[in-house]
Design a protein around this ligand. Structure first.
Ligand code: GLY
Length: 353
């Protein structure tokens, strides 16, 4: 997989033209959704380097990450005369970088693509590492490709336009990066004051977080082994996310991951010896900031059904987990029995109150 250049912007007005200057292209396209068109595009609209860019706007939200919207984007590219030498910029959150990255990867067998993530979740996760795709047939990210953007421009100024819930959603992936990397980084993350955000300190943490992800992706770009570390908290997390959606009260991805980490850290404590004090410190941080998802033991069967359909499972009937023996001590390809899954859920219900 080709190397992805991540630029931490000091001033997007300078960094964008400089980055664009490194590539040759005949036409520039900017994809955004209705929210980033309103709140983020005005920041860049007047830049001379984007003067002739063709803009494409799609509906906001994960429901639009589908084949029909993808086809609209292809149609736009086709009608506006995009060629294999055109350059495609994704300006938005994870939905835009996933959909736009896949549109660019497939149009005329692939055109160059650049990401300018505007949410915390996209900065530390979706926009980095080359995963692109769409939802299909009711399944998340069912169709896609590993296709890294040539450059990712991180401008933390966009974070000021995010509400607290979306900051917390992205922060959960940062907490995951802390847990799978090292104790100092993890310690800084759980001491961070989420109620009074210091955006300069947040930017430092974002940079650290991105470099954790970059290191892992470099080792294993196609998720054959170590990249599964990035799935920590996600087996339970995806089940919580699907459950909440089915209950008609959808939750942000990062919240589900945070709750998933409560369960998977507990399982790590039981199965791979994760230290009890760090388990409780992390759980306390999550409880204070993310609250809890409401379910009872009557819902365990449904949660288990969602886990059985997770695409991370290696074979039918076994549920795959990434666990930790310590902060930074990653144990991939662990499995849990139904009884162990029930124990994790019991712990969650007890500890989250
Ligand atoms: N979001 C997890 C990964 O990029 O592998």
């Amino acid at each position: 997989m080709s190397k992805q250049n991540v630029v931490i912007c000091r001033k997007l007005a300078d960094d964008l033209p400089e980055t664009l200057g490194r590539f040759s292209y005949d036409k520039l396209f900017v994809l955004m959704d209705e929210h980033t068109e309103r709140y983020c595009f005005p920041v860049v609209r007047e830049y001379p380097c984007l003067k002739d860019a063709v803009t494409i706007s799609v509906g906001a939200g994960d429901v639009h990450k589908n084949l029909s919207v993808l086809s609209d984007v292809w149609m736009h590219l086709s009608r506006e005369g995009a060629t294999r030498h055109s350059l495609f910029i994704n300006l938005g959150g994870g939905m835009i970088t996933d959909l736009g990255g896949f549109a660019a990867a497939t149009f005329k067998r692939g055109i160059k693509c650049m990401n300018i993530p505007t949410t915390l979740l996209a900065m530390v996760d979706a926009a980095v590492g080359g995963k692109t795709g769409i939802n299909f047939n009711g399944l998340k990210n069912e169709i896609g490709a590993f296709a890294p953007a040539c450059s990712v421009l991180i401008d933390c100024g966009f974070l000021k336009s995010l509400d607290h819930f979306n900051i917390l959603s992205g922060y959960a992936e940062m907490l995951k990066h802390g847990l799978i990397s090292d104790e100092t980084h993890w310690g800084r993350l759980i001491r961070f004051d989420m109620e009074k955000i210091d955006y300069n300190a947040l930017q430092d943490l974002v940079c650290e977080s991105i470099s954790v992800k970059e290191k892992i992706v470099k080792m294993d770009p196609f998720e054959q082994g170590m990249r599964k570390a990035l799935n920590f908290g996600h087996t339970m997390g995806h089940a919580f996310e699907s459950f909440a959606l089915a209950e008609d009260c959808p939750v942000l991805h990062g919240y589900a991951v945070a709750w998933g980490m409560v369960c998977e850290l507990y399982f790590s404590y039981l199965k791979t010896g994760f230290p009890k004090d760090k388990l409780y410190q992390t759980v306390q941080f999550i409880k204070e900031n993310y609250g809890k998802l409401n379910f009872t033991c009557k819902d365990y069967d449904r949660l288990y059904e969602f886990m059985k359909h997770d695409k991370k499972n290696l074979s039918a009937g076994t549920i795959n987990f990434t666990l930790l023996g310590e902060v930074g001590d990653i144990r991939i390809n662990q499995t849990a029995t139904r009884k162990e899954i029930d124990e994790m859920l019991d712990f969650y219900c007890d500890v989250m109150g």
